[in-house]
Design a protein around this ligand. Structure first.
Ligand code: GTQ
Ligand code: FE2
Length: 356
Protein backbone atom coordinates (compact mmCIF):
# COMPACT_ATOMS: atom_id res chain seq x y z
CA UNK A 1 0.00 0.00 0.00
CA UNK A 2 1.32 3.40 -0.93
CA UNK A 3 1.95 5.82 1.89
CA UNK A 4 0.00 9.02 1.48
CA UNK A 5 2.00 12.19 1.51
CA UNK A 6 0.62 15.32 3.14
CA UNK A 7 1.50 18.84 2.20
CA UNK A 8 1.81 21.26 5.11
CA UNK A 9 -1.85 21.98 5.84
CA UNK A 10 -3.27 25.40 5.56
CA UNK A 11 -4.22 26.58 9.08
CA UNK A 12 -7.51 28.03 7.98
CA UNK A 13 -8.51 24.79 6.23
CA UNK A 14 -7.48 22.68 9.23
CA UNK A 15 -9.31 24.94 11.67
CA UNK A 16 -12.41 24.71 9.56
CA UNK A 17 -12.22 20.91 9.89
CA UNK A 18 -11.88 21.20 13.71
CA UNK A 19 -14.84 23.54 13.89
CA UNK A 20 -16.97 21.22 11.78
CA UNK A 21 -15.95 18.28 13.97
CA UNK A 22 -16.96 20.20 17.11
CA UNK A 23 -20.24 21.24 15.47
CA UNK A 24 -21.02 17.57 14.81
CA UNK A 25 -20.02 16.49 18.38
CA UNK A 26 -16.83 14.76 17.30
CA UNK A 27 -13.30 15.04 18.67
CA UNK A 28 -10.07 14.14 16.89
CA UNK A 29 -8.07 11.74 19.06
CA UNK A 30 -4.78 13.24 17.84
CA UNK A 31 -5.66 16.49 19.62
CA UNK A 32 -6.56 14.76 22.93
CA UNK A 33 -4.16 14.04 25.76
CA UNK A 34 -4.32 12.47 29.21
CA UNK A 35 -6.52 9.60 28.08
CA UNK A 36 -4.18 6.65 27.86
CA UNK A 37 -1.88 7.41 30.77
CA UNK A 38 1.05 5.06 31.39
CA UNK A 39 -0.30 4.38 34.88
CA UNK A 40 -3.61 5.32 36.58
CA UNK A 41 -3.91 9.04 37.32
CA UNK A 42 -6.64 9.29 39.95
CA UNK A 43 -8.21 12.72 40.35
CA UNK A 44 -9.07 11.93 43.97
CA UNK A 45 -6.18 12.74 46.31
CA UNK A 46 -4.91 10.75 49.31
CA UNK A 47 -6.68 12.33 52.26
CA UNK A 48 -7.36 12.01 55.97
CA UNK A 49 -10.42 13.28 57.88
CA UNK A 50 -9.83 13.62 61.63
CA UNK A 51 -12.08 11.50 63.89
CA UNK A 52 -12.25 14.29 66.46
CA UNK A 53 -13.55 16.76 63.86
CA UNK A 54 -16.05 14.25 62.46
CA UNK A 55 -17.45 13.55 65.95
CA UNK A 56 -17.76 17.24 66.83
CA UNK A 57 -19.46 18.22 63.57
CA UNK A 58 -21.75 15.17 63.76
CA UNK A 59 -22.85 16.25 67.23
CA UNK A 60 -23.48 19.80 66.04
CA UNK A 61 -25.58 18.50 63.15
CA UNK A 62 -27.41 16.35 65.71
CA UNK A 63 -28.33 19.42 67.73
CA UNK A 64 -29.34 21.58 64.78
CA UNK A 65 -30.75 19.36 62.04
CA UNK A 66 -33.69 17.00 62.51
CA UNK A 67 -33.12 13.53 61.11
CA UNK A 68 -35.99 13.77 58.62
CA UNK A 69 -34.19 16.47 56.61
CA UNK A 70 -32.15 15.48 53.58
CA UNK A 71 -33.21 11.94 52.78
CA UNK A 72 -33.95 10.86 56.36
CA UNK A 73 -30.28 10.34 57.15
CA UNK A 74 -28.10 12.64 59.25
CA UNK A 75 -24.99 11.90 57.29
CA UNK A 76 -21.83 13.91 56.70
CA UNK A 77 -20.37 12.78 53.38
CA UNK A 78 -16.61 12.72 52.82
CA UNK A 79 -15.90 15.01 49.88
CA UNK A 80 -12.46 14.36 48.41
CA UNK A 81 -10.71 17.69 47.61
CA UNK A 82 -9.61 16.30 44.23
CA UNK A 83 -13.17 15.58 43.12
CA UNK A 84 -14.53 19.10 42.57
CA UNK A 85 -16.76 19.30 45.63
CA UNK A 86 -18.78 16.20 44.77
CA UNK A 87 -19.84 13.97 47.70
CA UNK A 88 -17.36 11.22 46.87
CA UNK A 89 -14.51 9.97 49.06
CA UNK A 90 -12.87 8.31 46.05
CA UNK A 91 -13.89 7.83 42.41
CA UNK A 92 -16.03 4.79 43.31
CA UNK A 93 -16.71 4.96 47.08
CA UNK A 94 -19.00 7.06 49.25
CA UNK A 95 -17.77 7.42 52.82
CA UNK A 96 -19.60 9.17 55.63
CA UNK A 97 -20.25 9.48 59.32
CA UNK A 98 -23.83 9.04 60.40
CA UNK A 99 -25.14 10.44 63.69
CA UNK A 100 -28.34 9.18 65.34
CA UNK A 101 -29.47 10.77 68.59
CA UNK A 102 -31.34 9.12 71.48
CA UNK A 103 -34.88 8.12 70.53
CA UNK A 104 -34.33 8.90 66.84
CA UNK A 105 -35.23 6.75 63.85
CA UNK A 106 -33.89 6.89 60.30
CA UNK A 107 -36.82 5.43 58.34
CA UNK A 108 -36.83 2.43 56.01
CA UNK A 109 -35.83 2.61 52.38
CA UNK A 110 -33.86 0.65 49.84
CA UNK A 111 -31.53 1.47 46.97
CA UNK A 112 -29.37 -0.32 44.44
CA UNK A 113 -26.11 1.10 45.83
CA UNK A 114 -24.88 -1.31 48.49
CA UNK A 115 -23.97 -0.02 51.94
CA UNK A 116 -22.09 -1.16 55.00
CA UNK A 117 -21.51 0.27 58.45
CA UNK A 118 -18.47 -0.10 60.64
CA UNK A 119 -19.08 0.93 64.26
CA UNK A 120 -16.20 3.02 65.58
CA UNK A 121 -17.59 3.69 69.04
CA UNK A 122 -20.54 3.01 71.33
CA UNK A 123 -23.55 0.76 70.89
CA UNK A 124 -27.32 0.74 71.14
CA UNK A 125 -28.54 1.36 67.58
CA UNK A 126 -30.54 -1.34 65.79
CA UNK A 127 -30.39 -1.54 62.02
CA UNK A 128 -33.17 -3.60 60.48
CA UNK A 129 -32.15 -5.26 57.20
CA UNK A 130 -35.14 -6.73 55.39
CA UNK A 131 -36.81 -6.73 58.83
CA UNK A 132 -33.99 -8.57 60.61
CA UNK A 133 -32.90 -6.51 63.68
CA UNK A 134 -29.11 -6.21 63.90
CA UNK A 135 -27.60 -4.68 66.99
CA UNK A 136 -24.67 -2.34 66.31
CA UNK A 137 -21.77 -2.23 68.73
CA UNK A 138 -18.16 -1.05 68.58
CA UNK A 139 -16.05 -2.97 66.05
CA UNK A 140 -19.02 -4.63 64.33
CA UNK A 141 -19.45 -4.70 60.56
CA UNK A 142 -23.09 -4.50 59.41
CA UNK A 143 -24.11 -5.11 55.78
CA UNK A 144 -27.04 -3.56 53.96
CA UNK A 145 -26.62 -5.13 50.51
CA UNK A 146 -28.03 -3.73 47.29
CA UNK A 147 -31.85 -3.37 47.26
CA UNK A 148 -32.36 -4.60 50.86
CA UNK A 149 -34.75 -2.57 53.03
CA UNK A 150 -32.97 -0.87 55.90
CA UNK A 151 -33.75 1.49 58.76
CA UNK A 152 -31.89 2.63 61.88
CA UNK A 153 -33.36 2.99 65.39
CA UNK A 154 -31.72 4.41 68.51
CA UNK A 155 -33.95 3.41 71.44
CA UNK A 156 -31.23 4.19 74.02
CA UNK A 157 -30.33 7.41 75.78
CA UNK A 158 -26.94 8.06 74.18
CA UNK A 159 -26.20 9.28 70.66
CA UNK A 160 -24.29 7.07 68.26
CA UNK A 161 -21.96 7.77 65.35
CA UNK A 162 -20.74 5.24 62.84
CA UNK A 163 -18.86 4.99 59.54
CA UNK A 164 -20.89 4.35 56.37
CA UNK A 165 -19.44 3.17 53.07
CA UNK A 166 -21.44 2.80 49.87
CA UNK A 167 -20.60 1.97 46.25
CA UNK A 168 -22.83 4.91 45.24
CA UNK A 169 -20.31 6.75 43.00
CA UNK A 170 -19.67 3.53 41.07
CA UNK A 171 -23.36 2.70 40.70
CA UNK A 172 -24.05 6.32 39.71
CA UNK A 173 -21.29 6.19 37.05
CA UNK A 174 -23.01 3.09 35.67
CA UNK A 175 -26.38 4.94 35.68
CA UNK A 176 -27.90 2.14 37.75
CA UNK A 177 -29.22 4.02 40.81
CA UNK A 178 -32.74 3.12 41.97
CA UNK A 179 -34.25 4.27 45.29
CA UNK A 180 -37.52 3.46 47.02
CA UNK A 181 -38.83 4.80 50.35
CA UNK A 182 -41.06 2.72 52.61
CA UNK A 183 -44.10 3.77 54.67
CA UNK A 184 -42.97 1.51 57.51
CA UNK A 185 -42.51 3.66 60.59
CA UNK A 186 -42.91 1.33 63.61
CA UNK A 187 -39.96 0.64 65.94
CA UNK A 188 -38.83 -2.99 66.11
CA UNK A 189 -40.88 -4.93 68.67
CA UNK A 190 -38.39 -7.78 69.12
CA UNK A 191 -34.65 -7.10 69.30
CA UNK A 192 -33.07 -10.54 69.78
CA UNK A 193 -29.48 -10.75 70.96
CA UNK A 194 -28.61 -12.63 67.77
CA UNK A 195 -30.11 -11.61 64.44
CA UNK A 196 -31.87 -14.16 62.21
CA UNK A 197 -28.96 -13.91 59.75
CA UNK A 198 -26.50 -14.89 62.51
CA UNK A 199 -28.70 -17.70 63.81
CA UNK A 200 -28.74 -19.22 60.31
CA UNK A 201 -25.26 -18.44 58.99
CA UNK A 202 -23.21 -17.61 62.08
CA UNK A 203 -24.05 -20.77 64.01
CA UNK A 204 -20.43 -21.63 64.69
CA UNK A 205 -17.09 -22.08 62.91
CA UNK A 206 -17.69 -24.09 59.74
CA UNK A 207 -21.36 -24.73 60.42
CA UNK A 208 -23.91 -23.91 57.72
CA UNK A 209 -27.58 -24.87 57.55
CA UNK A 210 -28.04 -28.36 56.03
CA UNK A 211 -30.39 -29.35 53.23
CA UNK A 212 -30.46 -28.44 49.59
CA UNK A 213 -28.41 -25.34 48.92
CA UNK A 214 -30.57 -22.36 48.07
CA UNK A 215 -29.57 -20.35 45.00
CA UNK A 216 -26.65 -18.18 46.09
CA UNK A 217 -27.63 -14.54 46.56
CA UNK A 218 -25.26 -11.91 45.23
CA UNK A 219 -24.17 -11.01 48.76
CA UNK A 220 -23.27 -12.66 52.06
CA UNK A 221 -26.33 -13.96 53.95
CA UNK A 222 -24.51 -13.14 57.19
CA UNK A 223 -25.25 -9.47 57.84
CA UNK A 224 -23.43 -8.83 61.12
CA UNK A 225 -19.75 -9.60 61.77
CA UNK A 226 -19.09 -9.21 65.49
CA UNK A 227 -16.01 -7.54 66.89
CA UNK A 228 -15.43 -10.39 69.36
CA UNK A 229 -14.92 -12.79 66.40
CA UNK A 230 -12.79 -10.38 64.35
CA UNK A 231 -10.63 -9.54 67.37
CA UNK A 232 -10.08 -13.22 68.20
CA UNK A 233 -9.13 -14.06 64.60
CA UNK A 234 -6.53 -11.28 64.50
CA UNK A 235 -5.16 -12.21 67.92
CA UNK A 236 -4.92 -15.90 66.94
CA UNK A 237 -2.93 -15.05 63.79
CA UNK A 238 -0.42 -13.02 65.79
CA UNK A 239 -0.15 -15.65 68.53
CA UNK A 240 0.61 -18.54 66.17
CA UNK A 241 4.35 -19.14 66.29
CA UNK A 242 5.95 -19.00 62.83
CA UNK A 243 2.81 -17.67 61.09
CA UNK A 244 3.22 -14.87 58.58
CA UNK A 245 1.38 -12.53 60.96
CA UNK A 246 3.67 -13.45 63.85
CA UNK A 247 6.78 -12.98 61.70
CA UNK A 248 5.71 -9.65 60.17
CA UNK A 249 3.66 -8.15 63.03
CA UNK A 250 0.75 -7.63 60.64
CA UNK A 251 -2.45 -9.68 60.95
CA UNK A 252 -5.37 -9.27 58.57
CA UNK A 253 -8.71 -10.90 57.87
CA UNK A 254 -11.10 -10.55 54.97
CA UNK A 255 -14.81 -10.49 55.78
CA UNK A 256 -16.31 -13.24 53.62
CA UNK A 257 -19.61 -14.79 52.60
CA UNK A 258 -19.57 -17.94 54.82
CA UNK A 259 -21.29 -20.03 52.12
CA UNK A 260 -18.65 -19.54 49.42
CA UNK A 261 -15.72 -17.47 50.75
CA UNK A 262 -16.39 -14.65 48.33
CA UNK A 263 -16.40 -10.99 49.29
CA UNK A 264 -19.35 -9.84 51.39
CA UNK A 265 -20.87 -7.94 48.45
CA UNK A 266 -20.11 -7.92 44.70
CA UNK A 267 -18.71 -4.39 44.68
CA UNK A 268 -16.91 -4.06 48.02
CA UNK A 269 -14.18 -5.94 49.90
CA UNK A 270 -13.96 -5.48 53.66
CA UNK A 271 -10.90 -6.27 55.74
CA UNK A 272 -9.63 -5.73 59.27
CA UNK A 273 -5.92 -5.16 59.84
CA UNK A 274 -3.85 -5.16 63.01
CA UNK A 275 -0.34 -3.68 62.80
CA UNK A 276 2.06 -4.05 65.71
CA UNK A 277 4.82 -1.50 66.41
CA UNK A 278 7.87 -2.40 64.34
CA UNK A 279 5.90 -4.53 61.84
CA UNK A 280 7.60 -5.20 58.52
CA UNK A 281 4.70 -4.98 56.04
CA UNK A 282 5.95 -3.24 52.88
CA UNK A 283 4.46 -0.25 51.08
CA UNK A 284 1.96 -1.37 48.48
CA UNK A 285 -0.13 0.07 45.71
CA UNK A 286 -2.93 -1.40 43.66
CA UNK A 287 -5.63 -0.46 41.19
CA UNK A 288 -8.98 0.48 42.68
CA UNK A 289 -9.61 2.75 45.62
CA UNK A 290 -10.11 2.18 49.34
CA UNK A 291 -11.28 3.85 52.52
CA UNK A 292 -9.76 3.09 55.89
CA UNK A 293 -11.25 3.73 59.32
CA UNK A 294 -8.99 3.78 62.39
CA UNK A 295 -10.70 1.70 65.07
CA UNK A 296 -8.10 1.57 67.83
CA UNK A 297 -4.46 2.42 68.42
CA UNK A 298 -2.10 5.05 67.11
CA UNK A 299 0.36 5.37 64.25
CA UNK A 300 0.63 6.92 60.82
CA UNK A 301 0.06 6.15 57.18
CA UNK A 302 2.42 7.21 54.41
CA UNK A 303 0.50 7.89 51.20
CA UNK A 304 2.64 8.57 48.11
CA UNK A 305 5.40 9.70 50.45
CA UNK A 306 3.31 12.07 52.65
CA UNK A 307 2.89 11.08 56.28
CA UNK A 308 -0.52 11.36 58.00
CA UNK A 309 -0.73 10.56 61.72
CA UNK A 310 -3.60 8.28 62.75
CA UNK A 311 -5.89 8.34 65.79
CA UNK A 312 -9.14 6.49 66.53
CA UNK A 313 -12.02 7.64 64.34
CA UNK A 314 -9.83 8.99 61.53
CA UNK A 315 -11.03 8.15 58.00
CA UNK A 316 -8.58 7.89 55.11
CA UNK A 317 -9.14 7.92 51.33
CA UNK A 318 -6.65 5.95 49.24
CA UNK A 319 -7.12 6.57 45.50
CA UNK A 320 -6.14 4.04 42.85
CA UNK A 321 -2.41 3.35 42.49
CA UNK A 322 -1.48 5.30 45.63
CA UNK A 323 1.44 3.80 47.50
CA UNK A 324 0.41 3.14 51.11
CA UNK A 325 2.55 2.12 54.09
CA UNK A 326 1.35 1.81 57.67
CA UNK A 327 3.36 2.65 60.78
CA UNK A 328 2.18 1.63 64.25
CA UNK A 329 3.14 3.41 67.47
CA UNK A 330 0.90 1.05 69.40
CA UNK A 331 -1.20 -1.88 68.10
CA UNK A 332 -3.21 -0.29 65.30
CA UNK A 333 -6.60 -1.75 64.29
CA UNK A 334 -7.81 -0.58 60.88
CA UNK A 335 -11.00 -1.38 59.01
CA UNK A 336 -10.74 -1.10 55.24
CA UNK A 337 -13.25 -1.18 52.40
CA UNK A 338 -12.28 -1.22 48.74
CA UNK A 339 -13.69 -1.78 45.27
CA UNK A 340 -11.23 -4.67 44.68
CA UNK A 341 -13.96 -7.22 43.75
CA UNK A 342 -14.96 -4.99 40.83
CA UNK A 343 -11.39 -4.64 39.55
CA UNK A 344 -10.87 -8.41 39.92
CA UNK A 345 -14.12 -9.30 38.16
CA UNK A 346 -13.13 -7.07 35.23
CA UNK A 347 -9.54 -8.41 35.13
CA UNK A 348 -8.20 -4.93 35.93
CA UNK A 349 -6.68 -5.67 39.33
CA UNK A 350 -2.94 -4.98 39.56
CA UNK A 351 -0.85 -4.68 42.69
CA UNK A 352 2.80 -4.11 43.41
CA UNK A 353 4.95 -3.50 46.42
CA UNK A 354 6.47 -0.06 46.11
CA UNK A 355 9.02 1.87 48.06
CA UNK A 356 6.71 4.88 48.35
O1 GTQ B 1 -27.89 4.69 56.25
O2 GTQ B 1 -29.24 4.25 54.62
O3 GTQ B 1 -24.21 7.34 54.35
O4 GTQ B 1 -28.98 5.59 52.40
C1 GTQ B 1 -25.80 7.29 52.60
C2 GTQ B 1 -27.01 6.84 52.11
C3 GTQ B 1 -26.21 6.13 54.64
C4 GTQ B 1 -28.24 4.82 55.06
C5 GTQ B 1 -25.41 6.94 53.87
C6 GTQ B 1 -27.82 6.03 52.90
C7 GTQ B 1 -27.41 5.68 54.17
FE1 FE2 C 1 -29.74 3.77 52.77
Amino acid sequence: MATRRFDAPDDAVLNALYEDLADRDLQPLWELSGLLTPTPEARAVPYRWRGKVLRELGERAGELVPVDRGGDRRVLSLSNPGLDGTPRATATLWGAVQYLGPGETAPAHRHTPAALRFVLDGEGVWTLVDGDPLHMSAGDLILTPSWTWHEHHNPGDTPMTWFDALDLPLVAALDAVFFEPSDRRETPSATPERSASERRFGGGPGLLPGGTAAPAPAHSPLLRYRWADTDRALGDQLAEAGSEAERTGHAHVRFADPTNGRDVMPTMRCEMHRYLPGHTAAAERHTGSALMAVFRGAGAVELDGALHSLSPGDLIAIPSWTSARLLADEPLDLFSVSDAPVLEALALYRAETASG
